[in-house]
Design a protein around this ligand. Sequence first.
Ligand code: COA
Length: 305
Amino acid sequence: MSKATSKSATKAQAKSATKTRKAKATDTARAVPGGKTVRVEFEDGIAWVYFNRPEKKNCMNPELNSEMLEVLEALEIDNRCKVLVLSGKGDSFSAGMDLREYFRGVETLSPTEVQRIRNIAYRWQRNVLMYFQKPTIAMVNGWCFGGGLSPLVSCDLSIAANEATLGISEINWGIIPAGNVLRAVAAKMNQSDGLYYAMTGRTFSGKDAARMGLVNEAVPLKQLKARTRKLAQELLSKNMTVLGQIKIAYKHVREMPWDMGEDYLVAKSLQTRFIDQNAGYSKGLKQFLDDKTFRPGLGHYDPEK
Ligand code: COA
C-alpha cells in the first residue's frame, strides 16, 4: 500500500470510529434510565421519577438505592430532564427504608459492608438529589414514613396530596430516626413539630405537612399531578441556568456565616453570568430599563428576545 493510500485509510477508520462513538452517545442519551425499582417517564422537559415497588409500599431496598443513584446521575446530563419530579407508583410515596432487606438483611455483614450499602442510600438522597443541578419537586402521593422523609426534604419544592399520610415512625419500632432523617426534618420543621412527631410517632396528613412547612402545599389527590405539572411548567419558563444556580446557592449559603455567605454569593453571581448562555442579566436589564417591556417585580424577562 502506498503511503498516501494508507494515510487515507487511517483517516476513514478514524472517521468511522467517531461516527460509531457519536451514535453510541445518542443511543445512551435516548435510553430511558431505570426500569425496575425506579420508573422514569419523560414529558416535555419534565422527568417523572417514580419509586416502583408499589406492592412493598415503595420502601427502599439496596437494589432500589443503587438503581436510583444510577437514574439520577443519568438524568443530570439528559436533556429530556429539565425539571425532575420524584414520586411513587401506587398508593405510596415511600414507606421508608426496607426493614427486611436494608435492616435485617444486612445483619450478618461486616460493618464495612453495611456502611457501603448505607452510603449508596445517603449518596443518592443527600449528595445527588439535594444538590441536583436542575430543579426538583417531590410529589407526595401517599404513605411517607421515616427514611422516605429524607428524599422529600432533599427536593427543592414539594407538593403533597391532602390525603397523604406521613410519619417519623422510627420510635414505633425502636430505633432513632437515623440515616439523617432527624437532620432532614429539622431543616424544614420547627422544633416543636419535629420533636412532637419524632417522639410520639403519630401520623400527620399532607395538609398538616403543608401547614408545618414540611411541604410547600397540599392539594386533593385528584389534582396532585396536574398541580405538580403546572409548577414544573412554571419553572421551565425561567432561565434554567440561573434556576440551577439559585437552588444550589440557597442550600449552601444557609449553612454559612454571613460574611462568608456574602463573599460566596458575589462569586456565585459572577460565575452565573459567565456560564449563562442566555445572558439573562443583560437581557433582563435591557428589557426593563431600555425597552420597558416587562417589570422584574411582576414577571420574567423574555429569554427569546
Ligand atoms: N420495609 C419492609 N417492608 C415493608 C415496608 C418497609 N418499610 N413497608 C411496607 N412493607 C411491606 C409489608 O411488609 C408488606 O409486605 P408483604 O406483602 O410481603 O407482607 C407490603 O409492604 C404491604 O404493606 P402492608 O403493611 O401490608 O400495607 P398496609 O397498607 O396495611 O400498611 C403502611 C401500609 C405503610 C402503613 C405499613 O406497611 C407500614 O407501617 N410500613 C412501615 C412504615 C415505616 O415505619 N417505615 C419506616 C422505615 S425507616
